[in-house]
Design a protein around this ligand. Structure first.
Ligand SMILES: [Zn+2]
Ligand SMILES: [Zn+2]
Length: 374
C-alpha cells in the first residue's frame, strides 16, 4: 500500500489542477498500451485510484485523516476506477489522449474477469433510528448471473464465433487524416466490443448479456450513532461480475430526518428548556425530554438566560463504540411573564421596590395600570 501523493508525485496541498496535470503526465507514462513493463498495468491502476480519490473532496479529506483503511471503513470503494468500471475516467482519457494510438483507455481484457458495478441505495432514517441503530429490510434490484446460460450469454449447445469485423483481435485500425498528418488510430472493435467473438445464438433468457435483473430482500443492520450522510458498504451485494469477476458492493447512503425538539451535533444533543422568572431566581427540579425518555434536571438558583445545563452520558452513542455516549445539553430560556393577574402584578411591584429600593416611578405605575385594565 503506497501513498497517493507519492504515486502522483505531488505535494500534500496540491490543487486539483496540479493533481490533474500530474495524473496526465504519469498516465501517459504507464498506460499499458505504451508501457510494456510487467508492472505498468499495476502502476496505472494505482494512478487511477490515487487520482480518483484526491479529486473528490470528501474522499480526499477521509484519506488525509485515516488513509486507505479509513476510506474503506467509510464505505468508499478503494479498488480504483479501473476495477469498478471506467465512468468519468473514460471521458478524461478521451480528452487527454484523443484516442491517438490508444485503445480507448481500457486497460482490462474484455474477455478477462470484469467486476460487477457497485449499487447505491438511499435510505431515510428517523432521528432515533440513527441514534440507536435499527435493522431494515430492503428490496434491491441487481444483476445476477443468468441461470440459463451460466453467464456465457450463449444458447445451450452453441459456441461463440470469431468476429468477422476484427478477425478475432478485438481491435480495429482507423487512419485519420488531419492537417498535422495522418494518424493511425486503434480502437475497440464496435462489432464485438473488443471480445473478438460474436454470439451468434444468444441465450433467450438474458438476450446474450449473461446477466439478468433480479430482486433480493436484504436485512441491513444500521449501527447506533450513524449520522446524516453516513455510508454503509455491503461487500459483494452489488451487480454480479462477468467472466469470473467479483460482484460489486452495495453502498447504502443514509439520510436522517430532523427531530422536532432535539438538535444533534456529533454525539451531543441540544434542546431548549423554558423556565419562569421564579424558577430562575429560586431554582427548581423539572422534567425534561431526553433520548432516554423523561428525566429530571436540576435548575440551580440564579441561573442565567442562555446557560447550558448538562446531563452527561445520555447523548448519541459513539459509532463503533456504542457504550460511550455523548451528553445532552439544555439551553435555558427564561420566559418573561405576560398577562399578569392582579395578584402577580402586586407581587412583582413589591419585588421591584425591594430590588430597586424605591417606589416605582409614576411612569412604571401608569404602565402597570394600563396592563391591569386591558
Ligand atoms: Zn470484433
Ligand atoms: Zn443467459
Amino acid at each position: 500500500m503506497s501513498d497517493y501523493y507519492e504515486i502522483l508525485g505531488i505535494e500534500r496541498n496540491a490543487t486539483k489542477e496540479e493533481i490533474k496535470s500530474a495524473f496526465r503526465k504519469k498516465a501517459r507514462q504507464y498506460h499499458p498500451d505504451v508501457n510494456k513493463a510487467p508492472d505498468a498495468e499495476e502502476k496505472f491502476k494505482e494512478l487511477g485510484k490515487a487520482y480518483e480519490t484526491l479529486m473528490d473532496d470528501n474522499k480526499r479529506a477521509t484519506y488525509d485523516r485515516y488513509g486507505e483503511d479509513g476510506l474503506r471503513e467509510a464505505g468508499f470503494n478503494t479498488s480504483g476506477p479501473f476495477d469498478a468500471g471506467f465512468g468519468d475516467l473514460n471521458d478524461i482519457f478521451e480528452s487527454f489522449f484523443g484516442g491517438f494510438g490508444f485503445s480507448s483507455g481500457r486497460a482490462t481484457n474484455p474477455n478477462g474477469p470484469q467486476n460487477g458495478a457497485d449499487l447505491r441505495l438511499n435510505m431515510q432514517l428517523e432521528f432515533e433510528e440513527a441514534v440507536f441503530g435499527v435493522e431494515k429490510e430492503v428490496t434491491i434490484r441487481y444483476l445476477e448471473t443468468c441461470s440459463e446460460c451460466n453467464g456465457t450469454g450463449a444458447q445451450a449447445g452453441s459456441k461463440p464465433e470469431v468476429c468477422p469485423t476484427c478477425g478475432g483481435t478485438g481491435r480495429v485500425q482507423q487512419v485519420t487524416q488531419t492537417p498535422l498528418g495522418s494518424f493511425r488510430q486503434i480502437t475497440t472493435c464496435p462489432k464485438c466490443s473488443g471480445t473478438g467473438k460474436i454470439n451468434a445464438h444468444p441465450c433467450p433468457k438474458c438476450k446474450g448479456d449473461g446477466r439478468i435483473e433480479a430482486e433480493r430482500k436484504l436485512k441491513i443492520t444500521i449501527p447506533p450513532g450513524v449520522n446524516d450522510g453516513s455510508r454503509i458498504g455491503l461487500s459483494g451485494e452489488g451487480n454480479c461480475g462477468k467472466n469470473g469477476g467479483r460482484p460489486g458492493d452495495l453502498i447504502v447512503v443514509l439520510y436522517v430526518k430532523e427531530h422536532k425538539e432535539f438538535q444533534r451535533d456529533g454525539v451531543n444533543i441540544f434542546s431548549k428548556v423554558d423556565i419562569s422568572f421564579p424558577q430562575a431566581a429560586i431554582g427548581d427540579t423539572i422534567e425534561v425530554n431526553t433520548l432516554d425518555g423523561v428525566q429530571t434536571l436540576t435548575i440551580p438558583q440564579g441561573v442565567e438566560q442562555g446557560s447550558v445545563l448538562q446531563i452527561k452520558g445520555i447523548g448519541v452513542p459513539q459509532l463503533g463504540n456504542p457504550n460511550k455516549r455523548g451528553n445532552h445539553n439544555f439551553i435555558i430560556n427564561i420566559k418573561t411573564p405576560k398577562n399578569l393577574s392582579s395578584e402577580e402584578k402586586q407581587l412583582y411591584q413589591k419585588l421591584y421596590e425591594l430590588n430597586c429600593n424605591k417606589k416605582p416611578s409614576s411612569k412604571f405605575i401608569d404602565k402597570m395600570k394600563n396592563v391591569l385594565h386591558n
